[in-house]
Design a protein around this ligand. Sequence first.
Ligand code: NDP
Length: 334
Amino acid sequence: NKSWILRQRPVGDLKEGDLELVEAPLEPLKDGEVRTRLIYLSLDPTNRIWMSDVDGYLPPVGIGDAMRGGGLAEVVESKFDGLKPGDIVNTGLATWSLYSNLPGEALNALPRLPGVPLTAYMGPLGATGMTAYFGLMDIAKPKAGETVVVSAAAGAVGSMVGQIAKIQGCRVVGIAGSDEKCRWLTETAGFDAAINYKSENVGAALDEHCPDGIDINFENVGGKIMDQVIARLNDFSRMPLCGLISTYNATEPVPGPYSFSNLLMRRTLLKGFIVIDYFPRFPEGIQQMAQWLMEGKIKFETDIVHGLENAPGSLSRLFEGKNLGKLIVQVSEP
Ligand code: NDP
């Protein structure tokens, strides 16, 4: 087997030597378990959080332990009645390993949907799609005609948030880091407007594109961008706090937001959430997203890199904004 092991806690950006790729014999399979071969590994901003010794929503990965992560895998051997070799499963939280022995009862064989590629289970029908769906629908509860702003808008979560909000009849403004991403948002994903935060004045652009203020801020980034959005929230606005990617590599505490008092004045509902808490409701979210996908109402992109050996080196794509859509490592052939 091949696995990435966490050797030391990264300081700032992940560096060579923080993780090590090791080879080891396969562990024997126990009753009730299946052996899976990883096809697609999901790379997520939270991978960086799990490497740090912080008080997060899950314990940090231990030094010397295999890096936590998961994706789509094929069952290659089964000692569990409900799964057979050839079945494709979403591993949930496993490790950055080619082969894993997993408890069968936690897994389901994924149905193949007509016209929908398998990678949809990493995007709209996977954890990032469920993050967008429940964060928006359950926390923000969008109403037709409202204005929704989403940051990291061309990423895996953000691109879904904006499209779901459009289906709800909202005006949607995305914030992203390149002209190419902004074009994709307006021309392909159907956003009403997109702001390139690297080349535009975000506050002035929000004033232009959100003439009636902002009812929902789906927050993925934090920092200066979040500050500009909070300053423009409407009375009784909602703010699902999904992520703060601009802070994950910080080596010093990050100050702000300076517009914090506006959350009081505008009676904003601010709610942090972690998608794993919605796990029992995933079937409901997946069913709705699958329907929209098959109706052609949801577009999704993947940014695929190849080879398990390239997993750590590719994580920086998320922090440098090189990905459009869901970042995936193809580890083996589907
Ligand atoms: P994305 O596919 O959105 O990739 C991250 C994107 O963030 C990059 O492409 C980049 O795009 C943008 N970005 C990176 N650094 C900065 C920065 N300093 N300032 C502004 N933008 C930046 O990743 P995900 O969709 O997987 O995750 C998006 C957010 O959602 C993250 O904060 C993540 O932690 C969070 N998340 C939370 C979950 C939860 O359960 N609460 C579950 C899943 C994700 P650009 O070119 O636009 O800069």
